[in-house]
Design a protein around this ligand. Sequence first.
Ligand SMILES: Cc1ncc(COP(=O)(O)O)c(C=O)c1O
Length: 394
Amino acid sequence: MQIAGLLESLETPAFVYDEATVRQLLEYAQPIRSRSDCQVLYSLKPLSLPGLLEFMAPHLDGFAISSLFEARLARPALECCETGPGTLHLTTPGIRPNDVAELGRLCDYISFNSVGQWNRHRDALEGKVSCGLRVNPGLSFLDDERYDPCRPNSKLGVPLEEIAVLAAGGGNPFDGLEGLLVHTNCDSNDFTQLEETVDRLHTEVSGLLRRVSWINLGGGYLFENSPDLSPLYRAAEFLQSNYGLGVIIEPGAAFVRSAGYIVATVLDIFTNSARNIAVLDTTVNHMPEVFEYDFEPDVVGHDDKGKWEYTLAGCTCLAGDLFGEYRFHQPLEVGDKVVFCNAGAYTMTKAHTFNGVNLPAIYALNEARTLELKQRSSYADYAARWGAHAASTV
Ligand SMILES: Cc1ncc(COP(=O)(O)O)c(C=O)c1O
């Protein structure tokens, strides 16, 4: 693979994101924006590097964020965008009272996660941001409840039954509300599920859809394997023509997953009961979803038909710090590079330094095919987390 050669010279562990791939992924946004008049945001959760945000901003309508810190990172990237600033959209189950004033200054849209959250903060925010409500259509598309925003008794958004109860209760419970947000999926490329979500809203809460002016359909969908986007276009068109709504989507992983790599070096190789174990200078703690969700990440050069088989292991004390079993056509040697691909999403934003293993240095592979160092964590950063005043800044 072409990229492997480029990464050979890197000091490891390293995280590399390929701007050319991000640009290709961003091209999916263009027909969605122009053909169906949807606003397309990037949700920062999977990867939130300021340089990347600046790179993405001109191709999108803004960013979706989950916290004050993400808001502070994202706002400058919007402000320096030559095509004019896009908008900043927040939703989170946890708004801290102390953050509200600054969130009001930084954000353009806030979708409250509960009626209580809205009532608590609306006075401080109405007039400053466009206020929306996250609703939960209760449609589960996922087998693993840990990913499923619509799992039973979900903490994410107001159930449609509760909307109906509020509406029936009289008064004007939705006065001041300008929008709705739904987010029902994870890693799906079946956009019919998005259409199903919209159908459910139309059936259950059409009164509320008529009251508001925008709807954010969330993220959770991927553009990999050329999915059929026509259900998205149909859903957007339906909401626009029946309810006059501005339609927004906020994918995250879709724009970055295939653009990211973790590059590691083999530190040791030995056998245990005839199995070859290669210890790397990275760990599953640099890609925590590997451990959390028990999947084997893709590795450049792995081939099921390869003659040489290894357990690729992380370098921490955790027995289960293992990436999986991989086969190569050449034997691995100490000092060789191992490159994990499709690692752009939820890798660096979840990485941590268990056992004192440093975080990967971050590089952008720019469109001129040059690697630019963006961030290198040091002992000082590690020590500062634990309140130590580092004598050295190595
Ligand atoms: C409200 C909301 N929007 C967008 C996203 C981005 O999801 P993904 O990265 O799967 O596209 C998430 C992910 O949890 C989310 O909760």
